[in-house]
Design a protein around this ligand. Structure first.
Ligand code: GH3
Ligand code: MG
Ligand code: MG
Ligand code: MG
Ligand code: MG
Length: 318
């Protein structure tokens, strides 16, 4: 029963008798498995396994060097988690314990010598089904992993700007809070809010508004001094920057640097007194302790932001 599906099967035949080996290869070739891999010793079998990673191994139990049971054990130990090779023992040992020994060593099936052509072919077909199932399982696992990764990305990233979203911000702020508390270091937060943004939308349209927010986010992320600093979209036209291990003065400096970099983009805004898009920043810092919460840090930065707006916008307060 040759089948085109058999042609894709990689089969290794391990047998020290040349006559038996030739016979087995003939049986395989008759079912569409051309040029099966062969080995006449245990060491050779392990070498071919390493190199070729076959789908199915017909494994003689008695070999001149290492016996088949030991080989099966070693193969199972070397298999990667996503890999599986079907092992069919070929043996003249006929006791139940021998079969149990073979399966325990890692075999999947057991054939008695002399080997019948039809029985061998039937067992190969059964193993082929399992090999195909295994391949599908690996494919599905890869697809699920990719989907999971994408889902993870989507659930932590802001769709418009590509920077961290609010959910991620909350998580990272908590993480930094704990880290700075352990290290007894100050944690700083910069809140950034686009000035006169309602007018910007009203004047240039919502799509231009979106593009403006993208440019602001990009400039913020680019202006964050250290890789560990996290820029996030807090909501609407409001952004946040988490600065671990940073004193208030340092954070005010960073906020001004960001404010200046955004102003330097010179995005036209004719309904702003500055004639281009500007942002206001509120800064706060705290050495985290059990007496305070991250929410208090947010409230302080928010209050500072309110002051920056009150004092005329395009400025930093903290
Ligand atoms: P202020 O200088 O006091 O910050 O004034 P403002 O106009 O920037 O603030 P206000 O809170 O009055 O308006 C914010 C505007 O931001 C209103 C809202 O429609 C707009 N906005 C929020 N999210 C988005 C968005 O994703 N895309 C666009 N295009 N606009 C947004
Ligand atoms: Mg033998
Ligand atoms: Mg506002
Ligand atoms: Mg605003
Ligand atoms: Mg706002």
């Amino acid at each position: 029963m040759p089948s085109h599906r058999n042609a894709s099967l990689k089969v290794l035949v391990v047998e020290d008798s040349k006559v038996v080996l030739k016979g087995l290869c003939n049986y395989l070739e008759r079912m569409g498995i051309a040029n099966p891999l062969t080995a006449e010793t245990g060491l050779a079998a392990l070498e071919v396994y390493e190199r070729e990673r076959p789908d199915i191994i017909l494994l003689d139990a008695l070999l001149p060097d290492i016996d088949g049971f030991e080989i099966a054990k070693r193969i199972r130990a070397k298999e990667h988690p996503e890999e599986w090779t079907a092992i069919i023992f070929l043996t003249s040992m006929s006791k139940d314990e021998d079969l149990v020994h073979g399966i325990t060593a890692g075999g999947d099936d057991y054939l008695m010598k002399p080997i019948s052509q039809v029985v061998l072919q039937a067992k190969i077909s059964a193993m082929r089904r399992l090999v195909e199932m295994q391949r599908k399982l690996v494919d599905t696992t890869h697809q699920l992993n990719a989907a999971n990764k994408e889902l993870q990305r989507l659930s932590t990233t802001d769709g418009l700007t590509g920077i961290a979203n609010r959910r991620m911000f909350d998580e990272l702020l908590m993480r930094e809070w704990r880290r700075c508390q352990r290290a007894k270091k100050p944690l700083a937060l910069v809140m950034v809010d686009v000035d006169f943004f309602k007018q910007y939308n009203d004047t240039y349209g919502h799509q231009a508004g979106d593009a403006c927010l993208q440019a602001v986010a990009k400039q913020m992320a680019r202006s964050a001094p250290r890789a560990s600093d996290v820029a996030a979209r807090y909501g609407g036209e409001e952004f946040a920057l988490i600065l671990g291990d940073t004193e208030i003065d340092g954070a005010v400096w960073v906020a001004n640097y960001i404010r200046q970099n955004i102003a330097d983009l010179k995005m036209a805004h004719k309904r702003s007194p500055f004639n281009h898009v500007t942002v206001s920043c509120g800064v706060a810092a705290i050495v985290p302790s059990d007496k305070a919460t991250p929410n208090e840090l947010i409230l302080s930065a928010d209050h500072a932001l309110y002051l920056a707006k009150e004092q005329g916008r395009d400025r930093v307060a903290g």
